[in-house]
Design a protein around this ligand. Structure first.
Ligand SMILES: C[S@@+](CC[C@H](N)C(=O)[O-])C[C@H]1O[C@@H](n2cnc3c(N)ncnc32)[C@H](O)[C@@H]1O
Length: 211
């Protein structure tokens, strides 16, 4: 049987418990403006993983207007408090995130950086329990050594868009972004320092455990 991926995505999103009105507003904005948020099923998995490892220090690279941040902030709040670093290089998106995350009651947990994300990570004192990566795909390979340095042993890295709409296995696609995703996948799945699996929810999340 051939899987209908749009139906699968809707089915998986439908399994996620009802979200607060503000989070639903953020989902509606993404839909209306074609903004690439991780969406409910991936967001819920991020929240679940952060709860499972009791994460209290989380660094996000490429935070947009704070949708993925909201899922991590919920986990950190329920884990007893801590910090989630929100990083985006666009001041307007950072302002939007401040509004949404305040409305959700997470202001005290978030540290905002308007900056290039890998540079911000380099400049921020670690170690972190969890690092989430959703920057421009061409930046993925160079981000790995910085993430590896800043994540604690036993910490988790999550990185989005690792299926890239199926372009990763289309050998005719040699665009810079696709090649960068392949390179990153090769790096993380062959490194002796990580245990990594690609989870095919939405556009594919690699979840990696740092040994
Ligand atoms: C794909 S969107 C994801 C948003 C967010 N993770 C979510 O799911 O709600 C990535 C965002 O990060 C920004 N971005 C991409 N590369 C970046 C970088 N190297 N440094 C800082 N921001 C970056 C983009 O402009 C965009 O706003």
């Amino acid at each position: 049987m051939t899987i209908n991926y749009a139906a699968l995505r809707d089915y998986l999103d439908g399994l996620v418990p009802e979200r607060p009105a503000e989070l639903q507003k953020m989902e509606a904005y993404a839909q209306e403006h074609g903004f690439p948020i991780i969406g409910p099923a991936s967001g819920y998995l991020c929240y679940q993983l952060a709860r499972m490892i009791e994460a209290q220090r989380i660094f996000e690279l490429g935070s947009g207007y704070g949708y993925s941040t909201a899922w991590f902030a919920q986990a950190v709040q329920e884990n007893g408090g801590g910090v989630v670093h929100h990083v985006v290089w666009d001041e307007g998106l950072s302002q939007m995130a401040r509004g949404h995350l305040a409305a959700l009651g997470y202001s005290d947990l978030i540290q905002y950086h308007v900056s290039e994300a890998v540079q911000a990570l380099r400049e921020t004192e670690g170690p972190f329990d969890l690092i989430f990566n959703d920057i421009d795909k061409t930046g993925y390979p160079a981000s790995l050594p910085v993430i590896e340095e800043k994540l604690r042993s036993g910490g988790v890295m999550i990185i989005d868009n690792m299926i890239w709409s199926g372009q990763v296995w289309d050998e005719t696609d040699q665009s810079e972004a696709t090649v960068a995703i392949r390179t990153f996948t090769q790096q993380i799945t062959t490194s002796p320092h990580w245990i990594a699996s690609l989870i095919p929810i939405r556009d594919g999340l690699i979840v990696a455990y740092k040994k």
